[in-house]
Design a protein around this ligand. Structure first.
Ligand SMILES: *Cc1c(COP(=O)(O)O)cnc(C)c1O
Length: 450
């Protein structure tokens, strides 16, 4: 086949593509970087240049690109079949991954429902929660979600999330009560860190008391609210939220689409406090970042509520054409097999090396307001005047300019506004951690004139 030239790709992209989360006017004004291959922790540009994948291809790559075991598992599966439906038929990779997830996930989460994106897996959790209560004879239309939550961009997921920038054109469709996590109290209400946890729990307790009998579930991103700009939580928060949802007899949904699969230093963020939610949402890293696959895990208690005779019509009437796709499940199975105890045990040391490098090279820069980290998940917030807490004007495009400066130095990043995100593959090596942080520091210094 005739290889298209990079300039042809740019022309076709500019003529026909509409990119996600992108102001296309800005996009069309510049030549994009074309990535045509990758290897390990590096992306390879169409011009042959190599770039460290500093945000794991939007937070999903786990073991590096073109991992021999995952590549082989997909090829193997391709020799059998690429896709068959789970509507009315069983499939080996889908069953094997479900069994593996039941063994690895927090205790009690025994049932996997597949879909193909984090957002659809969130929709499934919401629908399961609504129907669960209806099947128990209760009408509970409401949800409790966190201030600045992000759960994806479909209508239901967007309703429980809310970002003014992302979602202001779409009014939430579901009745949602919003409560602040501790960090939101520090940021938005200037509460001291020492009081934030207690106040956050009081607010949730008060909300669940006031809305008693109407809340289907409390939904949250445990340990780190990613898209909010990397807003961390103390580990006790999740444990206490679990206790409150039990006391007020409602469900807890944990969205670990971003935090799952080793990202925070344990396999799941819930594992830091041995917390078991009623529903667990997984996506991004499930296939090692290879193929679109997501999962909503449920307890046996929720699963059993849906059982009944055919003509009772209590089944969960939900599915997607590619639910449980065989190639994606084969990739997931291979990825899960790579999470050996030794591999998991190595993550905290990498996180510590990253923290130490950031403290030395990035923390002293005058425009750095905060460095927020959980495991290999980092947000560096930049401000014009961190002492007075005044940010840069959005039109200055500081975050964007910093990632362009990083790109010139051979590192690909993607910011959240003026929060520089570092989220390397878990396979990142010590030298690469040093490079990542050095490039981040130089790029911030270059753009902010430090
Ligand atoms: C990315 C993300 C989602 C949405 O996942 P998609 O696969 O992009 O639909 C949901 N929740 C969280 C916490 C995320 O980070």
């Amino acid at each position: 086949m005739h290889e298209p030239r990079p300039s042809d790709i740019v022309a076709l992209d500019h003529a026909h593509l509409w990119h996600p989360f992108t102001q296309m006017q800005e996009w069309l004004a510049a030549d994009p970087l074309v990535i045509s291959a990758a290897e390990g922790n590096y992306l390879i540009g169409a011009d042959g240049r190599r770039y460290l994948d500093g945000v794991s291809s939007l937070w999903c790559n786990v073991h590096g690109h073109r991992h021999p075991a995952i590549d082989a598992a997909i090829r193997d599966q391709l020799h059998r079949v690429a896709h068959t439906t789970l509507l009315g038929l069983a499939s080996p990779p889908a069953a094997l991954v479900a069994a593996r997830l039941a063994a690895l996930a927090p205790a009690g989460l025994t049932r996997t429902f597949y879909s193909d994106a984090g957002a659809t897996a969130v929709e499934i959790a919401l629908k399961l929660a609504l129907q669960y209560w209806r099947l128990r004879g209760e009408d509970r239309p409401g949800f409790v979600a966190l201030v600045e939550a992000y759960h994806g961009d479909t209508l239901g997921a967007m309703s429980i999330g809310f970002s003014e920038t992302f979602h202001r054109f779409y009014r939430p469709l579901l009745p949602v009560e919003r409560v602040p996590a501790p960090y939101a109290l520090q940021r938005l209400e200037a509460r001291p860190e020492s009081e934030a946890l207690a106040i956050a729990l009081e607010r949730l307790d008060e909300t669940l008391r006031r809305k008693r009998g109407t809340i289907a579930a409390v939904v949250l991103e445990p340990l780190m609210q990613g898209a909010a700009g990397m807003w961390p939580q103390p580990v006790e928060y999740l444990r206490e939220v679990r206790a409150l949802t039990q006391r007020h007899e409602t469900l807890l949904v944990c969205d670990e689409v971003a935090t799952g699969f080793g990202r925070t230093g344990r396999l799941f963020a819930c594992d830091h406090t041995a917390t078991s939610p009623d529903l667990l949402v997984l996506g991004k890293g499930l296939t090692g970042g290879y193929l679109p696959l997501a999962a909503t895990l449920a307890t046996e208690e929720i699963f059993r509520a849906f059982l009944g005779p055919y003509d009772g019509y209590t089944a969960f009437f939900h599915g997607h054409t590619f639910t449980g796709n065989a190639l994606a499940c084969a990739a997931a199975l291979a990825s899960l097999q790579l999470f050996t105890p030794a591999m998991l045990a190595a993550i905290p040391a990498k996180a510590a090396a990253l923290a130490a490098a950031l403290a030395a090279a990035v923390r002293p820069l005058p425009s750095v307001f905060e460095i927020r980290q959980q495991g290999l998940m980092v947000g560096i917030e930049l401000m014009r005047d961190p002492q007075r807490r005044t940010g840069f004007a959005p039109a200055e495009r500081i975050g964007h300019r910093v990632i362009l400066a990083a790109r010139r130095r051979g590192v690909v990043l993607r910011p959240l506004g003026d929060v520089l995100v570092l989220m390397p593959p878990l396979s990142i090596g010590d030298d690469e951690i040093a490079t990542l942080v050095a490039v981040a520091a130089e790029s911030i210094a270059e753009v902010t004139g430090a």
